[in-house]
Write a protein that binds this ligand. Structure first.
Ligand SMILES: C[S@@+](CC[C@H](N)C(=O)[O-])C[C@H]1O[C@@H](n2cnc3c(N)ncnc32)[C@H](O)[C@@H]1O
Length: 542
């Protein structure tokens, strides 16, 4: 820096070797070498990363209500933030789930750990702290840092004098020897950088040695200045422990809440129909009519193609719950017997509960229907256990979320809009030491050709999860098993390379669970997911 024409001090490029980030982020554009997108509107992770690092600390909670492929959750997971993400699309949630499950993350050194204390001490050139550590992520990571060198920090650095004194002990005798040998009187700053041709080998040796020590002194002083000056943390560059591999922590995926709304008056009496009206039954004639039209064109699909139910007619039916009568021919032939199905349509927004199904199937039995077909976006946990009343089977079809926008869809009959996912057939087995195991035997499927319900092996199941201590509110995946023909954890296996225990890995690919203790809550829940992403949950008392 100049004052007039007089140099006052020199500022080197590496006195402060970083630039602050400003509000134009030209470095976050997507390069041609970036990872391939899994979602067409996927956000560049660098942008999300910068936002998260600027606004949160490790351990904070990040909410992204438009999940898409889960970039926010993925980045939050990487940086030790907790996260919640929401989407209306099952496709988005399935992509996000797979992306997070298959990811491998770096392990960053925690400030509140012994390894972190040691690293911090090395960086600041002091003895490690002896404070007890708790591995609390909220204390942050150990970050790379860059010096911010000022005249003040150099002036206040007492270590420079110590280094100086230490080197004087070797530099001074060497200077004396050089002066004696040359008959000169060089001060330190007068010693030439290069040896002269006329000097003897011995003098050259003393000269070279002096310069070696002189450079070493400067390096040590520079390092001390850097270590003792102010510095800026690089919050996007924590130190990694390369010996540890990290995968995503446990998370749960939840669908629409199964809570029913009940209306009560001032005497706590239930107001009839209030619940149904709130949930969108009753007054939504247009919705039911639209659903019936789509049902007529697409029919109902089950796990196997041959078990498709195609309606020859669908007519309105004046019931309280059953709103239409559908006819189909058993065996899908011209000559087969004609069967009558009562049709119940769930609410446009909300979940179908077990009492709704019971009332609907009673009505269907009274009207002598052969089967009740219910169509809904979601069933609550207890509804999914209900399959039959007397001789009348209940086929629960899940409606595709695309039907929410059916007005904008072409009614082409293509795509599985109504899919029945049969009831999972699950056994609870006693294991040693008073533990239990769960086995999935398959899925019960209704065969419209014969009118029978038969268990259909485990082929239709893509994966199944157990909450070994179900609290009746949220399902926590405490065990996960994958039955798909291709190892669905392949992505994670590839990511982790050789660092997996083959034997433990094999147990993930099984229709029988590992043994576990009976829970104190007395309840476990089993969630079974098919290849289309439909899921059913069953709760068991154990
Ligand atoms: C632009 S994408 C988000 C992309 C995401 N940041 C990523 O990196 O993949 C917007 C998402 O919001 C979802 N969405 C639209 N309306 C919504 C709503 N009302 N509630 C929740 N999600 C919604 C869409 O399904 C879509 O997946």
């Amino acid at each position: 820096m100049l004052v007039g024409r007089t140099p006052r001090y020199r500022r080197l490029l590496d006195d402060f070797p970083v630039f602050p980030i400003v509000d134009l982020w030209t470095d976050t554009g997507i390069s041609g070498f970036a990872d391939k997108k899994v979602y067409v509107v996927q956000t560049n992770p660098r942008v999300v990363q910068r936002c998260i690092l600027m606004t949160t600390d490790p351990g904070d909670l990040v909410l992204d209500p438009t999940c898409g492929s889960g970039t926010t959750a993925h980045v939050a997971e990487q940086w030790g933030r907790r996260w919640i993400t929401i989407d209306t699309s099952r496709v988005a949630l399935a992509l996000a789930r797979a992306r997070i499950m298959g990811a491998r993350y770096p392990y960053y050194l925690l400030a509140d750990s012994r390894d972190g204390q040691i690293k911090e001490a090395i960086l600041a050139r002091r003895v490690p702290s002896e404070k007890p550590t708790n591995n609390d992520i909220r204390q942050g990571f150990v970050y790379e840092r860059v010096p911010h060198i000022t005249l003040k920090s150099i002036a206040n650095n007492a270590e420079i004098d110590v280094i100086w004194e230490k080197f004087q002990e070797t530099l001074e005798p060497l200077r004396q020897q050089l002066n004696n040998a040359l008959g000169a009187a060089y001060e330190e700053w007068e010693i030439p950088r290069d040896a002269e041709d006329a000097w003897s080998g011995e003098v050259r040796g003393i000269h070279a040695n002096w310069w070696k020590q002189r450079i070493a002194r400067q390096k040590e002083i520079d390092a001390s200045i850097a270590a003792k000056s102010d510095y800026e943390f690089l919050y996007d560059k924590p130190y990694e422990d390369n010996k540890k591999a990290r995968v995503a922590g446990p998370f749960s995926v939840e669908s629409l809440s199964p809570h029913r709304l009940l209306g009560v008056d001032e005497h706590d009496e239930l107001i009839e129909n209030a619940a149904e009206q709130q949930l969108g039954y009753g007054d939504k004639q247009d919705f039911a009519a639209m659903i019936l039209e789509n049902l007529k064109t697409s029919g109902v699909q089950q796990a196997h193609k041959e078990d498709h139910i195609a309606f020859s007619s669908i007519r309105p039916w004046p019931g309280d719950f059953v709103c239409a009568e559908g006819t189909y021919v058993e065996g899908n032939t011209d000559s087969g017997p004609r069967k009558r199905a009562g049709i119940f349509i769930g609410p446009e927004f909300g979940t179908v509960s077990r009492p709704d199904l019971v009332s609907a199937v009673r009505e269907a039995a009274d009207a002598d229907f052969d089967v009740l077909i219910t169509c809904a976006f979601n069933y609550d946990a207890h509804a999914s256990e209900f399959n039959k009343l007397g001789r009348v089977p209940v086929l629960k079809a899940r409606m595709n979320a695309d039907l929410h926008m059916a007005d904008d869809l072409k009614n082409t009959g293509k795509g599985n809009l109504f899919v029945i996912f049969g009831e999972p057939d699950i056994g609870i087995l006693d294991a040693e030491d008073d533990q239990i195991q769960v086995r999935v035997n398959g899925v019960d499927v209704f065969h419209p050709n014969t009118g029978e319900i038969r268990s259909d092996g485990a082929d239709g199941i893509a994966c199944w999860f157990i909450d070994t201590d179900y609290n009746e509110e949220s399902f926590f995946v405490r065990h996960a098993y994958f039955l798909g023909a291709n190892d669905p954890y392949k992505a994670l296996k590839t990511t982790l390379k050789a660092e997996i225990n083959q034997e433990a890995w094999e147990t993930l690919h099984s229709d029988i669970s590992r043994p576990f203790d009976k829970p104190s809550s007395g309840r476990i829940a089993v969630k079974v997911i098919n290849h289309l992403g439909d899921e059913v949950m069953k709760v068991f008392r154990v």
